[in-house]
Design a protein around this ligand. Structure first.
Ligand code: MN
Length: 440
């Protein structure tokens, strides 16, 4: 599917000093985002070490040529939508040119260095924005342990619905309330049945949760009525982010029968600002883990040989919490869960193919959430409902505080890293946001 090339060579280094051994953004990553400086107009950027390459300035300097220059023009705008729509070829050409520009031995390195005072901005001094206007947001349910844990808590026997191993289950979520990392999210009001009562009341959510999810940004669109086959599915993926699907569990429990989540999920979703491309993730591709004996083989339209061989990802995932008291004591965020994208039961290509099999058209700037990625053991649980067994057990934090649910002032951060022997490790940056008191 995706070829390794010189942009994955671990011997290559950037002339940007902070890029060397940077935990998130070394030369081999080059994620795309949209940023602004000093209240100016947003524009496309690429993270390199502690700096951001200003793609608008780079476009104006006309250093690039050919397809890379065309892609750069699209990427220099206030949204990455146009670049997303161009598909993989343009994105790969731009990545190659940026790699050359930023690497010590690159042909454009000297010209770029000469421009560095206007071309590069310290990340700490910029404001990040949503990379594109999100047209539609679909939330999948591909973390099988999370699905099973939910069924167990509800007392469903067996815990998984009969469709789970056949259908990549999803619901259409809300695009208008997706926010970029750093924007606080207000606790919603809604209908819920308070513990010990039989009838619903209206009030603030009492069981706030986070969900550790892998985000998918759609790039090249398909036409309405034209399904995307499994072997073409990855051509429609622009890249990935980390996604916190904030979830009001008490509202969800009451409202979800029979059509699924509504207000319990539509008040806010937090995504990391950088889009890590399929090319940057190529070294971390793995075979889709074999299904346990007795599980059905995916139906033919969801079965692709290449997808089974290298359609999954080995990415280390983390959830951190920092409470108000921890901030006051100067304590860093505490890791409360670790997981891995390899625990997903469905591949990203299977999600794309299933989403479109009835003719639904995907558009550049659409996003998917993978579903909560829990792993087999309790330290792998990607939601607080799982970590506390639906609030029946407390977790104790380094500050001495305990939690059954997320309280106001808690900041939740999701992170992801790719590590593989012989390759440079990369990271996603953060999806981080604070839960705050309701607005009324
Ligand atoms: Mn979710």
């Amino acid at each position: 599917m995706i070829q390794l090339d010189e942009t994955h060579d671990s011997r290559r280094r950037s002339w940007v000093p902070s890029a060397h051994q940077h935990k998130e953004f070394p030369l081999q990553n080059l994620p795309f985002g949209v940023f602004s400086v000093g209240g100016g107009e947003p524009r496309g950027g690429v993270a390199i070490g502690d700096l951001i390459v200003d793609l608008k300035v780079l476009h104006e300097k006309k250093l690039l040529t050919g397809l890379a220059a065309t892609a750069l023009e699209a990427a220099s705008q206030t949204s990455l939508q146009a670049l997303m729509a161009m598909g993989a070829g343009a994105r790969i050409a731009l990545r190659g040119a940026l790699f050359d520009l930023l690497s010590e031995s690159g042909t454009l390195a000297a010209s770029a260095k000469a421009l560095s005072s206007t071309l590069l901005h310290p990340s700490a001094e910029v404001q990040m924005h949503l990379p594109a206007k999100i047209g539609a947001y679909t939330d999948f349910f591909a973390g099988i342990t999370h699905a099973e844990n939910g069924g167990k808590r509800r007392g469903t026997n067996p815990p998984l619905n009969p469709n789970y191993k056949y259908v990549p289950v999803a619901y259409h979520s809300r695009a208008s309330t997706v926010r970029v990392s750093g924007v606080p999210v207000a606790r919603p009001h809604g209908q819920r049945v308070v513990d010990g009562q039989n009838l619903p009341t209206f009030g603030p959510c009492l069981k706030m949760d986070f969900e550790l999810e892998f985000g998918v940004w759609i790039g090249q669109p398909n036409q309405w009525g034209e399904p995307i086959g499994i072997d073409q599915a990855n051509e429609h993926v622009f890249g990935h982010c980390m996604l916190n699907d904030w979830s009001a569990r008490d509202i969800q429990r009451w409202e979800s029968a029979p059509l699924g989540p509504f207000l319990s999920k539509n008040f806010g979703t937090t995504i990391s600002p950088w889009i890590v491309t399929p090319e940057a993730l190529a070294p971390f591709r793995i075979a889709q883990p074999e299904r346990p004996a007795g599980d059905p083989r995916p139906l033919d339209y969801l079965w692709g040989e290449a997808d089974q061989r290298e359609g999954a990802l080995d990415l280390h995932l983390e959830v951190l919490i920092q409470t108000e008291a921890m901030r006051a004591q100067g304590l860093p965020g505490q890791r409360i869960a670790v997981s891995n994208t390899k625990h997903l039961y469905w591949t990203v290509a299977q999600m794309v193919t299933h989403h479109t099999c009835g003719g639904c058209n995907l558009e550049p700037g659409d996003i998917f959430g993978s579903g909560t990625i829990s792993g087999p053991t309790p330290e792998n649980y990607g939601s607080i409902a799982e970590l506390t067994f639906d609030g029946t057990q407390e977790i104790t934090l380094s500050s001495g505080e305990t939690r059954r649910w997320v309280v106001d002032g808690d900041e939740i951060s999701l992170r992801a890293y790719g590590h593989r022997e012989g390759f440079v490790s990369i990271g996603f940056g953060e999806s981080r946001a604070r839960m705050v008191a309701p607005k009324r």
